[in-house]
Write a protein that binds this ligand. Structure first.
Ligand code: ACO
Length: 372
């Protein structure tokens, strides 16, 4: 049995006005707006503005904001040089972690380069960081990290595939990025807030968030879910193997949640996108395999898919390499982390909890030469 007392489960560690997660066991809102409404009517840039500046933009503010992100995409040549030095077999999360850190040495936080400016710069440049490194090592090409695509989702797909993306794919990626943007005191956001609480700089808080998101119990679950789904040829084969995994007490990545008790409100949205994209995909049967795993987990353990499970097949059907799934989560979650860093700074106190000591009772020090 898992230790139910650990992991700060159920402990309230602060106040926030940014989002609500799992009120009545289900919902998700960003600054009072329901995620279903945002996902069906809004865009990633609008949600980014809402999270960072606190309110939805007017049309004029939105146009200016989109243009600002558009203008900020170019990478400094020193950053490109570092990306070229990072080995081609590095995990892309480590590339982003290093890229953000490097940008922090070139454009550090200061009175002239404040937190929101850096946040926008990171949102605009992270697709370029990732894909400059990717093409340099995979295709031996130094790509330009600017495109004519207005949306960040379109920009990412254009940089990845080297052409204007299909509108359905760009829209699906845009929606998925809205779903990933913010999630209250999740592990990576909390890590960013802890770093912020020491009065450290913005980049350090973001790098803390990236390192924390990387693990398979958090953002890394979308990559692990894809590896699992792709392993099977048929839904029956998947059901047999996953059933055995449950018997062996192995975790199935992309299922379960610390806060949601009935379902993850983001999951039905991303599942619909995955279904739609599977209809045009050459390996669309992966969707049926995923559905079968979902049914099995529910029937056997009453475990439901979280946002990561169907994000995996959705991204796969867009032709996105599996190792870039969690980095995409970073690009989106930069917005939520930024909102939390602003909130933490606005009412800061060092985050430093207590622990129950379980070690040896006081004892005498024996010099090394006298130890047996
Ligand atoms: N597969 C199989 N069993 C599971 C799963 C799963 N995915 N999730 C929970 N369980 C079981 C546990 O084994 C445990 O069983 P036990 O009581 O018999 O020991 C019980 O359900 C409770 O699980 P915990 O791990 O204690 O729940 P916790 O709240 O600590 O963890 C977490 C939540 C980490 C999300 C967990 O469900 C998990 O590991 N899921 C897989 C990883 C994953 O998908 N992470 C992404 C989360 S969403 C996000 O970060 C965007």
């Amino acid at each position: 049995m898992t230790d139910k007392t650990g992991g700060l489960a159920g402990i309230v560690v602060g106040e926030t006005a940014i989002s609500t997660v799992g009120k009545e066991g289900v919902g998700l809102t960003y600054r009072g707006y329901d995620i279903h409404e945002l996902a069906s009517k809004s865009s990633f840039e609008e949600v980014a503005y809402l999270l960072i500046y606190g309110e939805l933009p007017t049309q004029k503010e939105f146009n200016l904001y989109q243009e600002k992100l558009f203008q900020l995409r170019k990478l400094p040549k020193e950053l490109c040089a570092v990306l070229e030095l990072i080995p081609g077999n590095t995990h892309p999360m480590d590339v982003l972690r290093t890229g953000c850190s490097m940008l922090g040495t070139l454009e550090p936080e200061s009175k002239l380069n404040d937190l929101t400016q850096i946040a926008n710069r990171l949102i605009a440049t992270t697709p370029g960081m990732l894909l400059y490194w990717y093409h340099f090592h995979k295709n031996k090409k130094s790509i330009k990290t600017e495109t004519e695509e207005k949306s960040l989702a379109g920009h990412f797909l254009h940089l990845l595939h080297g052409k204007t993306p299909d509108a359905d794919l760009a829209q699906a990626l845009d929606i998925s990025m809205m779903l990933y943007a913010e999630h209250e005191f999740n592990a990576s956001t909390f890590a960013a807030r802890v770093t912020t609480s020491t009065e450290s700089d913005f980049y350090s808080a973001i790098v803390s968030g990236i390192g924390t998101l990387r693990g398979p119990l958090h953002g890394g679950a979308n990559e692990a879910a894809m590896e699992l789904i792709q392993y099977f040829k048929t839904p029956d084969e998947a059901a047999a193997v996953v059933r055995q995994m449950l018997i062996d007490k192995k975790k199935v990545m992309g299922f379960g949640h610390r806060v949601y008790k009935i379902s993850d409100p983001r999951s039905d949205i991303i599942k619909n996108l995955s279904k739609k994209l599977s209809e045009k995909a050459s390996d669309g049967n992966l969707y049926k395999i995923a559905e079968r795993i979902e049914k099995l987990l529910w029937d056997e353990k009453k475990l439901f898919p979280n946002v990561d499970f169907y994000s995996a097949t959705t991204y796969h059907f867009m032709g996105i390499p599996t190792l870039m799934f969690t980095p995409l989560f970073v690009i989106s979650r930069l917005t939520g982390w930024t909102a939390h860093i602003i909130e933490q700074r606005g009412n800061n106190r060092l985050i430093r909890p207590d622990a129950t000591y379980k070690g040896p009772t006081p004892r005498d020090y024996v010099p090394v030469s006298q130890r047996g």
